[in-house]
Design a protein around this ligand. Structure first.
Ligand SMILES: Nc1ncnc2c1ncn2[C@@H]1O[C@H](COP(=O)(O)OP(=O)(O)OP(=O)(O)O)[C@@H](O)[C@H]1O
Ligand SMILES: O=P(O)(O)OC[C@H]1O[C@](O)(CO)[C@@H](O)[C@@H]1O
Ligand SMILES: [Mg+2]
Length: 522
């Protein structure tokens, strides 16, 4: 990087991420001089001075570096930000025979990955994340590392693969010997014994579904958890779980930082629903879509074997319909896909019943895929809402599959409209409990290895994720502040609609409204 380019870099502390476009605080930005990207130590100094200048509006937990042409690096914390005197060591990978012939194995310290890859000639370069991978120097001697792994939230194919590859990555790449598993999710830190993990003990766990460590919802007590980490002398914490888990990991990291501990906290995002923001895809999703085909095939075979057969398949997806959408697109046997993001209605013109009737008349059978979070507002209208939450505070859903099946049956039996033959298939937990497929296994391996490289290099308070095909370290707040959802005005949903030929359930006014460009604010 040239000196001129470096001289124009500025460090700012973001004040308000809730606003749709993030605000540039030029009054408080600091020009970085020197002949390299900000080193961690100087960066920390700049960051803290910015924080002081900005008083109460500053967010000390966010590291944002600005460069030319609208370049923004949303960086992750590093030990050097709050522990300036921590010694560093050469990366032991340098002497690893497996990597000895690799020409450029270490990641350049300055490498970052853009979030937005489709750009126009004059558009700003936008948000970037720090590229993941091994660094020349590490912040731990292998014999000093005491690592732990915990899995939280619901099951997902690939959990065991990630556990296996963290253990093997730490052992084979860095020579780490002390690794333990925390049993039963977050509460296991303070209520259960740890289990030792070695490459031998995890050797074939990737062939099994579930998590060998167990998991749970609720039970997140940051003080007790960090007390336990401190008491045991653990200095690397690998936390595998969904959005709730990553929020919990962020709180643990803050407490660790507040206590000034040299403990790296690395999150590995997990969710079968694929609803974690920023990342291209979450592990286990491919496996889920593949396994869903079996249920859809069964529904298709059942429905086409009888007169006016209807197969209803419920798939997971509490807030996002990605599994349902991809499983539908993959199968081609699905006539209608219902997801939480696309409200639908049953009766009247353009409604679901009208479509089913037409489809049965034309084809003699049909398959409906419904994501578990779809139509919840319709069910709540007709059934008294349970209004319950699970131990983590997630709203418990009403069974849309059962409800929909009953509604369809009622519709066709009332006034002797048509004799139908409906089969309802709920494969949700069968899909979640299987081992990951080959492609997810590779994906899990790379996530685990890059999480290990990050922690060894002194990065902390990060989630490892693939952004535009590249592994990156993403600040926790980025993956927890919102959920990834199917955008029904994007091309992918249009592709689905054109493949199933189902109604969009959108009113003509709504379609007109989104097509009309809005007046820019004066
Ligand atoms: N805002 C939060 N702050 C601290 N801890 C949290 C927060 N939200 C959730 N957790 C903790 O994270 C753990 C997992 O959360 P949750 O049960 O919501 O699953 P998840 O990680 O979102 O995965 P899933 O995709 O299965 O929902 C629980 O132990 C819960 O107590
Ligand atoms: O029954 P559990 O374990 O609470 O999990 C159910 C939820 O977990 C998820 O699979 C997310 O992990 C959701 O799709 C589903 O609603
Ligand atoms: Mg969740």
């Amino acid at each position: 990087m040239s000196t001129e380019a470096v001289e124009s870099q500025q460090v700012v502390v973001e004040s308000d991420y809730d606003s749709p476009t993030w605000r540039q605080l030029s009054d408080f930005s600091v020009t970085v001089t020197g002949n390299n990207f900000p080193s961690h130590a100087s960066y920390a100094d700049l960051r803290l001075s910015s924080v002081r200048d900005m008083g109460s509006v500053a967010r000390a937990d966010r590291k944002v570096v600005q460069g030319e042409f609208g370049y923004v690096l949303e960086d992750v914390p590093h030990f050097a930000d709050y522990l300036p005197d921590v010694p560093t060591y050469p990366n032991p990978l340098q002497d690893n025979p497996a990597y000895s012939v690799v020409k450029k194995y270490f990641v350049n310290e300055d490498d970052t990955v853009p979030q937005k890859i489709v750009v126009q000639k004059n558009s700003p370069r936008g948000i970037h994340f720090r590229r993941a991978g091994p660094r020349q120097r590490v912040y731990f001697e292998p014999e000093d590392v005491y690592a732990c792994i915990v899995t939280c939230g619901g099951l997902c194919p690939g959990l065991n693969t990630v556990i296996r590859e963290i253990v093997c990555g730490l052992s084979y790449m860095y020579g780490v010997k002390k690794i333990v598993g925390i049993q039963g999710g977050y509460r296991g830190f303070y209520s259960r014994n740890t289990i030792p993990l070695t490459p031998k003990s995890v050797n074939d766990i990737h062939k099994r579904g579930g998590t060998i460590l167990g998991t749970s919802r609720g039970g997140h007590d940051a003080i007790k958890i960090v007390d336990n980490i401190q008491d045991r002398g653990i200095n690397q914490v690998y936390i595998i779980g969904g959005d709730g888990t990553q929020k919990g990991a962020s709180v643990i990291f803050e407490e660790i930082q507040r206590r000034g501990l040299e403990v790296a906290v690395a999150g590995i995002p997990k969710t079968i629903d694929n609803d974690i923001a920023v990342i291209d895809k979450s592990f286990g999703f491919d496996t889920a879509v593949e396994e869903a085909q079996r249920a859809i095939n069964a529904a298709h075979v059942e429905s086409e074997s009888v007169e006016n057969g209807i197969g209803v398949v419920k798939l997971m997806g509490r807030f996002s319909g990605f599994i349902a959408m991809y499983a539908t697109l993959a199968s081609r046997d699905v006539d209608c896909c219902l997801i939480p993001e696309s409200p639908f209605y049953l009766e009247g013109r353009g409604g679901l019943f009208e479509y089913i009737e037409k489809r049965l008349k034309d084809n003699g059978h049909m398959v409906i895929v419904v994501a578990e979070g779809a139509g919840q507002e319709l069910i709540a209208d007709s059934v008294r809402s349970m209004g319950h939450e699970d131990a983590s505070g997630n709203k418990l859903l009403l069974d849309v599959g059962l409800w929909l099946s009953q509604k369809i049956k009622n519709y066709f039996t009332s006034r002797q409209r048509m004799t139908i033959n409906l089969k309802y298939i709920d494969p949700t937990y069968m899909i979640r409990a299987i081992p990951s497929n080959a492609s997810d296994n590779v994906y899990c391996t790379l996530l685990a290895q890059n999480a290990v490289h990050g922690a060894m290099a002194g990065y902390t308070g990060f989630t490892i994720g693939v952004v535009n095909g590249r592994h990156t370290y993403i600040p926790f707040y980025r993956v927890t502040e919102k959920r990834n959802k199917v955008i029904i005005t994007d091309r992918m949903w249009a592709r689905l609609l054109s493949s199933t030929n189902q109604p969009s359930f959108l009113s003509a006014e709504y379609i007109e409204e989104i097509k009309t460009p809005r007046e820019p604010p004066k």
